[in-house]
Design a protein around this ligand. Structure first.
Ligand SMILES: C[S@@+](CC[C@H](N)C(=O)[O-])C[C@H]1O[C@@H](n2cnc3c(N)ncnc32)[C@H](O)[C@@H]1O
Length: 320
């Protein structure tokens, strides 16, 4: 996997109608780590819950601990809230990236905070606990000169909801590729995204109904593919399916599903992420999962059938 140690893969430049943004300085292949940046400081979730005055004070304390260049870098970040909040808070609310899921806090970054939003972005941002850095990975091939984008919205949402969130929280009207689709295509996309969101909620409660749960995961992956969306939701879906197979002691399918989850997690988070490390442990021995056999035993094969073509394999994996 390429990193930006040798050559910087991006530049921070003015972008028409968006202020500053980040563009690729060369072609970047899907799966490449584009950035791995330490935050200037972190505002922990429990502090954020204490209200604006406490957060403002907390940020002021953090700023005191930074050197002059870092303080200048923070103060030069965009403020989309004007005078609605005091300056430190306004800058933080504009630029903070959620760290983890559920988030342990919000991080302020001199470079990653310059990345503009797209509703179907070309990168995935993730907080890597093990290296204490925010990583940005290409989720599709990116051409030299193309703008690098992330999503500011933490869930799958249709056009109207996205526009309203972005206006309220970031004060802009999104005109990204997805938001600019002709009306018929937008309706189809909205339908897919709301179905993905519903499935995402439903899968959690359907784990004990394995056949139904598996069908929901398969449907979600198919909708994500139709929508052209590739992000951490893909590995989460495979992992959900893995957990269902683990719970019924289906070693062959659990093994295949955790390997798929691992492959997709590597692409969007990199080999050093905690998720990848835990998937590697499970891929080496799926029975180590804490829910192994939770819903009883099912007489299954130990390994995937070798005699099936790819269509036959898919049918075996999701439906048999
Ligand atoms: C985190 S900052 C991103 C960097 C910012 N563009 C800058 O100049 O530093 C978020 C702000 O960038 C702008 N922005 C981000 N994505 C945008 C988009 N897709 N279209 C228009 N403006 C966008 C909005 O002003 C938003 O409040």
């Amino acid at each position: 996997m390429a990193t930006n140690n040798q050559q910087r893969l991006y530049d921070i430049v003015p972008i028409p109608n968006k202020g500053t943004g980040v563009i690729a300085t060369q072609d970047i292949a899907k799966g490449t780590r584009i950035m791995a940046e330490k935050p200037l400081f972190i505002v922990p979730t429990n502090v954020m819950g204490k209200g604006n005055d406490v957060v403002e004070k907390y940020i002021a304390e953090q700023l005191k601990g930074l050197d002059k260049d870092q303080q200048r870098a923070f103060l030069s970040l965009h403020n989309c809230h004007g005078t609605k909040f005091r300056p430190f808070l306004a800058i933080s609310k504009t630029n903070m990236l959620g760290l983890g899921s559920p988030p342990v806090g919000g991080g302020l970054f001199t470079e990653a905070s310059r990345i503009n939003h797209a509703c179907n972005p070309n990168t995935q941002n993730s907080w890597n606990e093990r290296i204490s850095r925010e990583t940005i990975h290409a989720v599709r091939d990116i051409k030299k000169g193309e703008e690098i984008t992330i999503s500011y919205i933490g869930h799958f949402a249709a056009y109207d909801e996205r526009q309203s969130i972005l206006k309220n929280k970031f004060n802009f009207d999104c005109a990204c590729e997805l938001c600019s689709l002709p009306s018929g295509q937008r309706r189809a996309s909205d339908m897919r995204l709301t179905t993905i969101h519903t499935l995402d909620q439903a899968i959690l409660s359907a784990r004990s109904n394995v056949k139904f749960g598996l069908e929901m995961v398969r449907k979600m992956l198919s909708l994500l593919e139709d929508e052209g969306t590739y992000n951490s939701q893909v590995y989460r879906a495979y992992y959900d399916a893995f957990q269902m197979m683990a719970a019924i002691d289906d070693k062959a399918r659990a093994g295949e599903l955790i390997r798929m989850a691992l492959e997709h997690a590597r692409a969007v988070e990199g080999n050093d992420s905690e998720t990848v490390k835990s998937f590697e442990r499970l891929a080496a021995n799926p029975t180590k999962h804490m829910a192994w056999g939770l819903y009883g035993r099912k007489k299954t094969q130990e390994t995937a059938p070798a005699d099936k073509d790819s269509e036959g394999f898919r049918t075996w994996l999701w439906m048999e």
